[in-house]
Every structure is written in C-alpha cells, then in structure tokens.
Design a binder for this molecule. Sequence first.
Ligand code: MLT
Length: 256
Amino acid sequence: MLNEYPPVLLIHAFPLNREVWEPVRQLLRERGVEAHSLDLLGFGDRSCERPSVEPTLDAFGDQVAAWIRRTGSRTVLAGLSLGGYVALNVLRRTPELVAGIALIDSKAGADDEAGIGVREEFAKRVDDEGASWVAAAMREKLLGHTSLAERPDVVAAVTKMIDSTSAETIAWTQRAMACRPDSLSLLADYAEPILVAVGEEDSISTVTESAAVAAAIPGSTFAVIPGAGHLSPLEDPQAVTDVIAEWLLTARRSLN
Ligand code: MLT
C-alpha cells in the first residue's frame, strides 16, 4: 500500500517551478502516495523572495529542510535536475531528514572548469541583458525531440514557466549550481533507497551518464523513460509516476 510510505517531496528543475511536477504529483496522489511539491525561493509563487546570501544551493537546502521539519516526518526527496542537486544538498547537511532519494534527469557530479565557465557566461549575459532570451535558448535543450515535435502544450508550458522567472533568480541560481560539490561518494555510502531515472532523449544528463551514476551506487534502481528528454516528468508524467511508484513498492522494507 503506497499510502503507508513516507511523504514524497518533488523538487523542480531550473529555471522552472513546481508546475513541472504537477501532473506527476496528481498521479502519485491517485496511487495513494502523499506527494508534495514546492517552489524554490525566487521561483513560481515565491518569485518575490530572494535568497539574501551569496549564491550557494545551501539556501534551497535550508528551505527544503525547514519544509521537512514542519511536516515532522522523514521525507523521500525526488529532484528533477536542479531539484536533484538540492536533494543532495539536504542529504549532505541533514541526512536524518531524508528517507530516500530519486534523482530524475539529474547529476551526482560537480561541474568541471568548462561547465563553470559556461554558467558564469550565462549569468553575466542575464545580468547585462535581462532574461527575455532564456526560454528560446533553453527549451530545445530541455525537451526531447519527441516533445518538441509532438507536444506543443508541453513546449508552451515550459516557455511560460521560464518567462515567469526573473533575471535575478536565473543568474543567482546559475552561480549557485556552479559551486555545488561532487556527491557520488555521498550517494554510494547512503543506505536508504535511491532511484536514478532519465529520459531516453535527455541531452543534458544523458542515459549513459545516468547509468554510470546508478552503477556506482550499490542497490540503486535505474530506469529510462522512453520518448522523453530532460523534463521527463512533464513530457511523460504517467511513465515517471509508474517508475517512482514501482520503486517505492520495491523499496518498501527500507522505507518503513
Ligand atoms: C535543470 O534542468 O535544472 C538544469 O539543467 C540544471 C543544470 O543547469 O545543471
């Protein structure tokens, strides 16, 4: 019975908001999972709030940890891309709050020098020009070719979410992601259930990279979502729901 499980918190990707998880949240609820989502500071309904500190994912990690403490129950963190980095931040700093980790279209490693440079260039351009160019520049990378060709509603939803995110939040978050540490050994040593799932057409965190992450984590579950790109929960909510629900069922003993 999935309603016997700890709550699941769905954490969104960059530069989107909780809407990216909404179809999966509803489908998980129909399956009896106590699924929640939130907007990270600066995104979605929290777009007026700014993390006042230097750019580091600790600000989002603190936000999620405070959310879990309010519920009073250890929580499974399911993070989509940036959401996965935030889940790993919470796991590193407050492991006692985390009942399991699902990394969806995300990465366990740190950025290399070239990647850090690309993020700073991106953030600087947003500082200088604003963010009106970001949706057009990002959506073709975020979505798989199947969604770009066949799911105009998904393309429109992604464009709307990106356009609603402020330049300040986009630049801050790029700089925060750039200094995240490598988390592979943290995951390899983590004794609770871990899921690694990736869209077959994801060109940002590829199937090959994600399979290597899963292979390095003893006992983890690995799944590929056919016909989806980097935003698999929005591109194929049913398939992602099935993967998460199946993983929760398999992980039953250690989650309880
Ligand atoms: C995301 O979808 O959250 C981003 O691709 C994360 C990143 O830029 O590494």
